[in-house]
Design a binder for this molecule. Sequence first.
Ligand code: NAP
Length: 331
Amino acid sequence: VKIRLGIIGTGIAAHQLHLPALRELSDKYEIAVVCSRNEERASAYAKLVGGVPYVLDYRDVLKRSDVDAVDIMLPIELNYQVARDALKAGKHVVVEKPLATSLADARRLVALAEASPKVAMLAENFRYRPAYLMAKSIVDSGQIGEPRSVVVIVAALMDENNEYAQTTWRIHHKYPGGFVTDAGVHQIGALRTIFGDIESGFGYTQQINPALGEMDTAHMVFRTRRGVDISLQMSFSVHGHSEDRLLIMGTRGSMAVNPDRIGVLPDGGELKYYPTPKSMGYREEFEDFHLAVSTGSKPLSSFLEGYKDLEVILKAVQASQQGRPFRIAAD
Ligand code: NAP
């Protein structure tokens, strides 16, 4: 069955990330209506997706009986309100990351999702990125023994020419951590997928380019509940090099997760490379959402997982500002 989708927000994510995935899955989705505040942008997107109706207020999407589910791609300070209203209106919800801008709001969304018969999914594509799912299955297979120590490096340049750095809600962000929260929450989603829940950590953060908001660079360390220590280094003001890699050290070998291939070297064995699919996980997340809506299965990226991702990044940002480590109580 095709899910009739209401698109809320027609910016970068709607054009470049979700639309290509939805087009690949045209047997599973049809766009029923689109919404953006600005009429020109709303009508342009409505035309782009085949001349569907558009509205300027998201509440008019929620009122429609020809909408089964909404896909929320808004400035993140609106995620809480719009996801809440959509669930209350009886729609299935897929909302872009992060789940909310505060833990209190995220907790309210988790409670609403748990009480709702509808599917509530966080569009955390890193949870579906094939490279990370392959990394998880190699780790779980025991080929490198028990994972103990992990280094993650993320380096990119988001200067004034970058389109993300031109969205006012990112630069004049109404949430702690600016780019470090907005982008770093992806890394937390990936790390928690591979290594499980995080128990404690600390962070140092910096602002290298003031045009990017409060901070753009972070070093964070985490210990997972199963005793894996992780060092995450990320910066969005790196001139020259661009990196997106993990090195996982285990008790009987190590592996390097690169965007295009995973290199595995078990003790006494030979280095083997496994190519990883190029996908960033957008199609896969919409496949999971469709499965959940049509069969009642639980999406891999539940609101609870989104809450836990947000908790780690917000607490690590706060730790860097207060100069003391954080702990997260067990469930
Ligand atoms: P963006 O380009 O600024 O788009 C936001 C959209 O929301 C615009 O179309 C804006 O258009 C609309 N909007 C703002 N306020 C609204 C309101 N009150 N009612 C209806 N529409 C409203 O931002 P973006 O980069 O696409 O990011 C959107 C979301 O996607 C964020 O959650 C972000 O974290 C996420 N994202 C995820 C990834 C990923 O890799 N998973 C990458 C990029 C972004 P109008 O001005 O016309 O209203």
